[in-house]
Design a protein around this ligand. Structure first.
Ligand code: PLP
Length: 375
């Protein structure tokens, strides 16, 4: 395709920093660039402790281990999300209790959570879809009252806020992704942010294959050994060096993405809501320009827009298939219908949005859709 859905953007310093990491002779994990990335996030967003991981999937798996999720525990999460949000908890034996999306946007409907809580419920996992915040005050209030943990799947939510608070700083734990489809990338990559101090020590151990090596390197103990379960969650310095070059340019990247996002928004926000709707950003949320989507009224409209764009060599794509309808989980799901989640599965359409998308390419996309509506 001439205009793909996504193109990774390089700031220019990635290979220089990788070269520096290689020259230093220390290319495994938890070195200079790992620490630079972790400090960047802790200082800029107020996360108590950050640990870089090889993916958001890994960060979610760490979260599930940290929360001691066991067979029989119930975890509440949206059905309209990526499989990793669910898989991390299924791997520990949890039963998934899916909440429907809201009518206004694909985020979980906070008003539907409470009725799903049972004595077996252990955690609520929120997903800030398209980087737009869930109603966190409402969700944290329920969690505190019911003594539940909250994990933020903030994979799409870098540099986005809820009532002035950075997403990823509100739940007990939060997970970020630096996959090449995200605003800031290292190809594959992720991070666990720990906001509840009680988890910091154990998180470091799980991160380092179940050993207390991190404490050893800080000189706190004189030998290290196997103290808990864990796995190989930390990325090499090569990955963190790449990521750091991107982080240094986060403002420029965000500014450019917001310009592109707004051009789509201005072109389509006046289209009648019975045809399609542009993203709905509640007053408590900000827009980090992770994604621009059209919430089409019908699957037929979505399919025909995709076809018109394809004729212009432009790739627009739909997104998640509801997890409660997936071949892996549909027989395990309780009988509840989740109509809003199904609606987004059938009707949501994402348009190309990346740093180097030119104004001409974007104009072609906008005009093609407008002509499609008029024709
Ligand atoms: C991208 C994404 C993930 C997975 O991230 P990886 O870094 O590829 O593991 C998980 N959850 C959501 C909501 C995502 O968008």
């Amino acid at each position: 395709m001439k205009t793909p859905f996504n193109k990774p953007y390089l700031t220019g310093k990635e290979t220089e920093y990788i070269h520096d990491a290689v020259q230093s002779g220390k290319i495994s994990g938890n070195g200079k660039y790992t620490k630079l990335c972790q400090s960047f996030f802790e200082e800029k967003y107020g996360f108590k402790k950050c640990l870089m991981t090889t993916s958001c999937t890994d960060a979610l798996e760490m979260a599930a281990i940290l929360l001691d999720i066991k067979p029989g525990d119930e975890v509440i999460l949206p059905s309209y999300t990526f499989v990793s949000t669910a898989n991390a908890f299924v791997l520990r034996g949890a039963k998934l209790i899916f909440v429907d999306s809201s009518e206004i946007n694909p985020n979980m409907d906070a008003e539907k959570i409470e009725a799903l809580i049972t004595p077996k419920t252990k955690a609520i996992v929120v997903v800030h879809y398209a980087g737009i915040a869930c109603d966190m005050d409402r969700i944290m209030e329920i969690a505190e009252r019911k003594r539940l943990f909250v994990v933020e799947d903030a994979a799409q939510a870098i540099e986005s806020y809820y009532q002035g608070r950075a997403l990823g700083s509100i739940g007990h734990l939060a997970c970020f992704s630096f996959h090449e489809t995200k605003n800031i990338t290292s190809g594959e990559g992720g991070m666990l942010a720990i906001n509840d101090e009680q988890f910091i020590r154990r998180a470091e151990i799980i991160w380092e294959k179940g050993t207390n090596r991190a404490a050893f390197f800080r000189g706190e103990i004189d030998k290290y050994g196997w103290v808990d379960i864990g796995s190989s969650f930390l990325p090499s310095e090569v990955i963190s060096a790449f990521l750091y070059a991107q982080l240094e340019n986060i403002e420029d990247i965000q500014e450019r993405r917001k310009v592109i996002w707004k051009r789509y928004y201005d072109a389509f926000s006046s289209v009648d809501a019975t045809i399609f709707q542009v993203p709905n950003i509640p007053d408590y949320a900000t827009n980090n320009a992770h994604m621009f989507y059209l919430n089409c009224a019908t699957p037929q409209l979505r399919a025909s827009i995709i076809t018109s764009l394809k004729e212009q060599d432009v790739l627009a794509v739909f997104h998640y298939l509801s997890l409660h309808q997936s071949s892996y989980y549909k027989d395990k799901h309780d009988e509840r219908q989740l109509p809003n989640s199904d609606h987004y599965s059938d009707c949501l359409l994402r348009l190309p949005l990346y740093y180097t998308l030119s104004t001409e390419e974007q104009e072609l996309i906008i005009q093609t859709i407008q002509q499609h509506l008029n024709g």
